[in-house]
Design a protein around this ligand. Structure first.
Ligand SMILES: [Zn+2]
Ligand SMILES: [Zn+2]
Length: 333
């Protein structure tokens, strides 16, 4: 394990534990510094104990780098590996085992913390056969959303990545903003070209229920949309659910083969229980998606699996338990 790999793994563990805050930021900064440092200087500084004199490298990072260079497992990382494991109940295990891909995740192209390659390689190591890369659309400027030109550039990158990682597949997609009138924040030709499109509300979350219902029904009814992302927009303890007629929205999802996403982020767990129950009464298709913004967060699908088993979601209705081929067939029809 190289020093960079060791620090990447530290960040992975901190991210899956949803640690956030100062510690994660400090290690992310340290990783940038170590990545940029010539190997010879890194080795020399580790040997003469001068790593901590470099801006951005503290005692913890210095110890990890030194251990990694010696070919030893850093004790700090070894402890993190043990203490940040995501638990999975025996009841939810069949759901997690059935998942063959992840269909909502972000990279450094928008507001994610890892490259498309690292997200793909991590997902593969978790046992997946495919991912759908769903970076944000242009309207979400705060998340560095992709406009037409940048999306086309990303599609080029993914073509190369697919040639390298095959048979693992990186499917093309986007988390497209649902604009206030229910239209989508991407041109139709690109929406049609993408393999899998998640549509989400990220603005005007408090709009009046009738207008919000019209907005969401319009998006769910689009032939280009394959999944409705984090439908209520809630952030547990921070932001309440949006108000809308969930019966009408889920009916539109069912009628148009738009899956309802079970968002696995701990602060979202969206839809809430009562709405997931309602989606089931409409026989909606579902996804269990991580909405990962970092490699460690790709390990969050078990949270969605726990919710799915608790509410009795039929496994076969979860579209990312299907093969990539079956998913593409379904999304294209
Ligand atoms: Zn979102
Ligand atoms: Zn997202």
């Amino acid at each position: 394990m190289t020093p960079v790999e060791a620090l990447e793994r530290v960040l992975h563990c901190l991210d899956r534990a949803h640690t956030g805050g100062f510690k994660t930021k400090a290690f992310a900064r340290a990783l940038d510094v170590v990545r940029a440092m010539p190997e010879a200087e890194l080795v020399e500084r580790a040997e003469n104990g001068s790593l901590t004199r470099v801006d951005g490298i503290g005692d913890a990072t210095a110890a990890i780098v030194t251990d990694a260079l010696r070919g030893e497992m850093p004790p700090y990382l070894e402890k993190l590996e043990r203490t940040t494991q995501i638990t999975l109940s025996p009841e939810a295990a069949p759901y997690r085992a059935a998942l063959r891909g992840d269909v909502h995740l972000h990279s450094t192209w928008s507001d994610g913390g890892a490259s498309t390659r690292r997200m793909a390689e991590t997902a593969r190591a978790l046992g997946h056969e495919y991912i759908v890369l769903t970076d944000h659309s242009a309207r979400l400027t705060i998340a560095h959303g992709l406009d037409r030109g940048r999306l086309l550039a990303q599609l080029d990158e993914l073509a190369g990545l697919n040639r390298e990682l095959s048979p693992f597949r990186v499917l093309t997609g986007m988390e497209v903003d649902i604009l206030e009138d229910g239209s989508l924040d991407l041109d139709d030709d690109l929406l049609a070209a993408l393999d899998f499109v998640v549509a989400s509300v990220h603005s005007k979350l408090r709009m009046e229920a009738k207008a919000m219902t019209r907005r969401m029904v319009a998006a769910a009814s689009s032939p280009h949309v394959d999944a409705l992302g984090h439908c209520t927009g809630r952030l547990i303890g921070k932001r309440p659910q949006s108000s809308f007629d969930a019966d009408a929205v889920f009916a539109a999802c069912a009628a148009n083969c738009t899956a309802v996403e079970i968002n696995s982020r701990p602060e979202r767990l969206d839809p809430p229980r009562e709405l997931l129950d309602l989606a089931l009464t409409h026989d909606c298709y579902l996804t269990i998606a991580s909405d990962a913004h970092a490699t460690g967060q790709l390990e969050w699908q078990p949270h969605g699996c726990e919710r799915a088993v608790e509410r009795g979601v039929p496994i076969e209705a979860i579209v990312n338990t299907w093969s990539a081929e079956a998913l593409l067939d379904w999304a294209g029809s």
